[in-house]
Design a protein around this ligand. Sequence first.
Ligand code: PMP
Length: 405
Amino acid sequence: MTLSTLARSIAESPTLRLNEEARLLRERGEAVIHLGIGEPKNRAPLTALLSAAAKLNTGEIKYSPTDGIPSLKKAIIRYTEENYDKVIAPENVIVSAGAKQSIFNILYAILNPQDEVLILAPFWVSYPEMVKMCYGVPVIVTPEDGTFQPRFEDIERKLTSATKAIIVNSPNNPSGVIFSDEFLSQLIDLCERRGIYVIMDDIYHKLVFDGKHPTPGYRFTTKDVESTKIIVVNGVAKLYGMTGFRIGWAVANRQLTQVMTNVQSQITTCTSPFLQVAAEGALTGLQSIVENLRLAIQNNRDVIMQEFKSFPGVKCVKPEGTFYCLPDFRAYQKDSVALSNFLLKKAFVVTVPGKEFGMEGHLRLSYAGSIKDVTEGIARIKWALDPQSPNEIYIGDKKMVRDWL
Ligand code: PMP
């Protein structure tokens, strides 16, 4: 085989694969409900669209500085001050093609071959693959008690002299859980003492419910941005529903930011300046859009939790943020890949197998779509799995009869 062994070992993004499968089924005319998708349905903020359009109208769309245009970096500095209570300099910020590239840049900039990165299960599917792409070793830490709250003792047990970093994602994709202050404080204290990077993927930090808020990691350290091991990642994708604009950023010490900038300059040069001005437009425009999105998603969360109440055997930890939940379907099927395939084939509902997130027996369901999709999607899953539910259902305009239970 003439292909790279490493590249061949990298798994396809299961969520992107499912998007493609759903698209093909829809093209065939099937009434697919997509509970797999990780993006809100809202339109991009008007200020983002107007800024991008104005930039396009100039006809001058050229390379930008690798680390981002100064005005966007200024908006990110203000965002960091307002939301993290941290004063940072332009040299602490690098803008990338989505939070995804920010995380990749960080890992590429800090890892030597065989360095270990702790990843807390359930985890976002891309973390282990990105660590592997940087010749590091992903070390998965799984909570034993089924709450999805990571435990400090479990982390301590996995530490070795090769531990270089830990990735923290709270609110968490896929569980929706916000990590406790007690946990974060113990973890950050340990990492600062031992010189272990804490990569805080804060991409969902404003999509939180019931008045709860994740505490910024900086709150648990006395070190300043130049000496702390905390690196913060954020972006406009989930904050404003601007997933397709591909703008994210990292905040880190100057030396690390410079190394990441060198790396990025050799890979993508920069992100497109008209997408950068769109992100700036969103960050500097009316922020009520974030609150509206948050309220709509909280409402969807309430609806989906209500639906689970009448679904015997399914246990679901109530999400405190994000637009995902990770119900336990082991009462019906322990193999989450088989279950997800079954639901797609029989009920035309897209779900993501928990196995992909390090939680076999669970399915990740997204409630970022419409209420109608959420309720109809759960009704179809009930119909496919629960013998107590009526055995006939309409899927699109087809009457379907369950003949397998
Ligand atoms: N981190 C997490 C936890 C995510 O769920 C996602 C997107 N699904 C990202 C990062 C990537 O965000 P972006 O679209 O800005 O690359």
